[in-house]
Each structure stands twice: as structure tokens, then as C-alpha cells.
Design a binder for this molecule. Sequence first.
Ligand SMILES: Cc1ncc(C[n+]2csc(CCOP(=O)(O)OP(=O)(O)O)c2C)c(N)n1
Length: 322
Amino acid sequence: MSESQPPVEKEASALDETTYQRLFFKALRIRIVEEKIVQLYPSDKIQSPVHLSIGQEHHVVALVDHLKRDDALFCSYRSHAAYLAKGGDLKEMFAELYGKQSGMSKGKAGSMHLCSAKTTLFGASAIVGTVFPHALGVAYANKLRRNGLISVVISGEGATEEGVFHECLNFASLKKLPVLFLIENNGLAIHAGLQERQAYELEVLVGAYHIPYHRWEDGSDLEAVWSRSQQIIDSVRESGTPALLEVKTYRYYEHVGVGLDYDQGYRSLEEYEQWRSKDPLVLNQELVQKFRPDIEKEIDQAVEFAESSHTPPEEELFTDVY
Ligand SMILES: Cc1ncc(C[n+]2csc(CCOP(=O)(O)OP(=O)(O)O)c2C)c(N)n1
């Protein structure tokens, strides 16, 4: 773990066994849900492209665990992990992926746009970088309402190349908004590595806007991410000002779809094996076996719900669409 200025002053809390198992369960649930998607996808029952978070679940559950129910969450098209970590309903999620009326957006949003007001996952988008200003808008409203709530926006490091990201850093800092940017650095934007894309150091860029920058080298370290993200979230909430956390992580599957694409030449199988060799969801088979049956049962029920739900009727085609 490496971290740069400014330090967060509070002591990091240690993770007790009960909390560890809760986080492990949540991360494993996301993984097994997505493995089910891998299995179902060739049937074409899932009606939208899917961007899997397998390999990138840990830091999401560890950080989201500290959010209050009404804190607002935003994320990219790689949205299943954020939705489930925030407490999203699994039946509604599968129905949404199937394009069914019982989905949380009546089947019109699909995997890339999971959005659920009751889960306070206020938005996910296929267009890279577009959720940053949305997170700022809610943070600004929370600031004016003085309600102590914060916004968290999760995006890949590729999104930091968008002009809108730079504008949002400026606005968040200028207006002192309670927003946390969580940047998932998996080193890839589709097939392009960092060196082909970025002429800046994120830490330096963020520092130019006087926003505190924090970094973890290993997003799969549940304990470290959990304890330090608690400090960062407390600090954003108490100060009412922005911060950015960059987490190194690794996506196991292809950018979009359900294949393992290590034969494509843009990354190596060794890299994948290195990340898997420290992945708690791979290493701790005792906990995997303990939790798997309940998770699989819940997934089967959710899939059954999606399959038995009806598709939206034709007269619904243009409702809820702006
Ligand atoms: C504005 C915009 N430009 C380009 C694209 C095409 N595109 C889709 S995903 C992606 C890569 C984004 O990478 P990153 O932000 O690191 O997220 P990751 O997929 O690694 O989670 C690109 C360029 C897009 N969807 N929107």
C-alpha cells in the first residue's frame, strides 16, 4: 500500500472477523452472480452488453460498506458490483438484464445503466466520464441541504482522460463539495495500456486542484481498503470537501462480454495469475464453501424471477424515455 498527501489523521480501524466475513460474502456474491451471467450469456437471454467486475469486486464492497443508506453512488457501465454492494435487489437486476418489465428500470436500461433510487445508486452510464458531473450535482445539493450526506463516484482510470473529469475536479474543489472519486485503475481502457494514453500523473493532477489524493496498490486487500476508506469517507463527510482514491485492480474478463481474452496479445496470462494468486475469493475456499450454497440459491430464485417476468408491452415503448 502506498499513500500520498495529505494524510488522513484518524487511526485506521482494524477489521474484525465478523466484518471480514460480511465483506467476503458481499464480494463473493458479486463474483458468483457474474459467473452466472457468464454461464447464461450465450443463451442470448440477457439483452444488453455486459462489462464484468470479476477481479474488481473487493475494493467496491470494502468502500461502499462505509456509506450511509442515503449517500449517493454513481458508477460506470461496469455497474453490477456497485449496485450489489450498495444493497441492490438481485431479482430486479436479473430482470433488468433480461429486458423485463420487472427490472428496476422496466428493462429499458440494461446492464450498463443500472440505476435504482431506492438503492441510491443514482446512475451508471455507458458514456465514459458522464457520471462525474452527476455526482457533483448531488454533492452540491447535499451541501446546500446540510444533511451530512456524500456522493461517491466510481470510474475507471481511462475516464480521468476525459475533459469533464478535469472540469469536475475544479468545480468540486472550488465549491468544496462532499464527493469522493474512486478511480479503479486496472491499467486498461479496452485494449490500451496506460502508457499509450496518459501524459500525466493522477496524483499531480489532483494535487493541482488541491484535492487530497490517496492510493492503494492492491484493491483485493479487503482489510486495507476497508480500514483506510473508512478514514477517507469520514474525512469527506466531516470536512464537506472532495477527495480522490485511486485503487490498483485487475479485470479478469474481457472489456465487454464474458470471454477470457488472454490470447489477444494486449496483456499476459502471467499478470492474471499474479492477481489470482492473492485474490481472497480464490484463496479462502473455506469461506467460499460456507457461503456458496446460500448465494447460489438466491441467484437461482432471481434468474427464475427474470425468466418468468414479462417483457414490457408495446405501449410502454416510449414511456420513461427522454
Ligand atoms: C465518451 C466516450 N468515449 C469513448 C468511449 C468508448 N469506451 C468505452 S469503455 C472505454 C474504456 C474506459 O476505460 P476505463 O475508464 O479505464 O474503464 P474500465 O473499462 O477499465 O473499467 C472506452 C474508451 C465511450 N463509451 N465514451
